[in-house]
Design a protein around this ligand. Sequence first.
Ligand code: ADP
Length: 450
Amino acid sequence: MFKKILIANRGEIALRVIRAAREMGIVSVAVHSTADSDAMHVRMADESVCIGPPSSQQSYLSIPSIIAACEITGAEAIHPGYGFLSENAGFVQIIEDHGLTFIGPTAAHIRIMGDKITAKDTMKELGVPCVPGSDGGVPTVEDAKRIGEEIGYPVIIKATAGGGGKGMKVAQTAADMERAFMTARAEGKSNFGNDEVYIEKYLTTPRHIEIQVFGDGKGRAVHLGERDCSLQRRHQKVFEEAPGPSITESERARIGKVCADAMANINYIGAGTIEFLYENGEFYFIEMNTRLQVEHPVTEGIFGVDLVREQIRVASGMDMSFTQENLKINGHAIEVRINAEKLPNFSPCPGKITQYHAPGGLGVRMDSALYDGYSIPPYYDSLIGKLIVHGRDRPEALARLKRALGELIVDGVDTTIPLFHALLEEKDVLTGDYNIHWLEHWLETNLGDA
Ligand code: ADP
């Protein structure tokens, strides 16, 4: 087992990893930009190294600075968290070239899944059901129009390098195709430096269901059920739950086994998420994330396992501490993402926290790097906390969420907390009757958010 690890991230996810490391008796090293000198992850880690100015490019994304921080502190392994360098295959290669260990999958697996076309081809070969669409990349508008006719409108044009909801455009009819195609390409080029796009059938009322997988890199892999992350704004998740209210035990076992077998087949190591759209009882693969997800705590809640601990274990060469047989679902968990954003437009709202109080009590978990007097810097994303609740069943989890939200105080900046108070009054949310478009419609009707 490692003696010291470095966390190449900030905010709540850096704390999450530090906590797991501490329970395992591993010394933690935080890295930070000059804007984060007073951040909680720096205070909580055993050691810290300043790696650059506020801009992410020059700090959290600066590979030479992170490698240097490992060399200075003697850290043997790097946990990337999510975002930043977590899905950067080149980073993994450099880590290995320096005799260090990446706590995550291999560079090869990151590369395969990072390109959505290659990912789809690979999954298809592994027997995972996919959304019908183009066979690989679509080079010209003429090709796009032909494929649109073949698979039938509406269709979605996606940048193969896309992520975070960027580089995706829907064409409702043939008349929309040229504009959608050009915009998706342009977004792919400007955000990810790659203008290749592909086309999928646009499913009109699906749910977003994702399967948590975990492999030991030695041919063994398990699944930890699904999360329903259908409540999204602009393809970004805001509310996640496990188990999915619409998924039956036999569906879970079926799709879970397909995913676990696929991962065993490719010798996958560490945590991963296989994302599907789910409509009329069918699962359609859309992409795989080769890292820990923001919403992993709901899975931890219902299975009672520490996924970060498992990531560190398998990265150090140990076995997973669970088998498929002893992974049993217990109750229901829900996570809501607390962002420093101003409603109704969700514009980022950095600033000083004048008062912070985290909720507590049975079944309540608050993952946040906030503290009284903390100043949220304007340079990074707006997620400032995740409130996760666990109950014996869904109604209990919902009641607990409402109670915990009532205790949560974040003063000084605008946050998404009022959104969740309002959503918990909605019948569809209470019954779990929603799909990936539900929230956008609700926001339009109730907040005038376009
Ligand atoms: P990203 O990598 O940007 O997160 P994904 O491929 O995971 O992109 O898709 C994000 C979201 O976009 C999905 O959860 C879903 O809401 C929507 N989406 C993606 N593909 C389709 C599709 N074929 N039909 C309908 N909605 C889709």
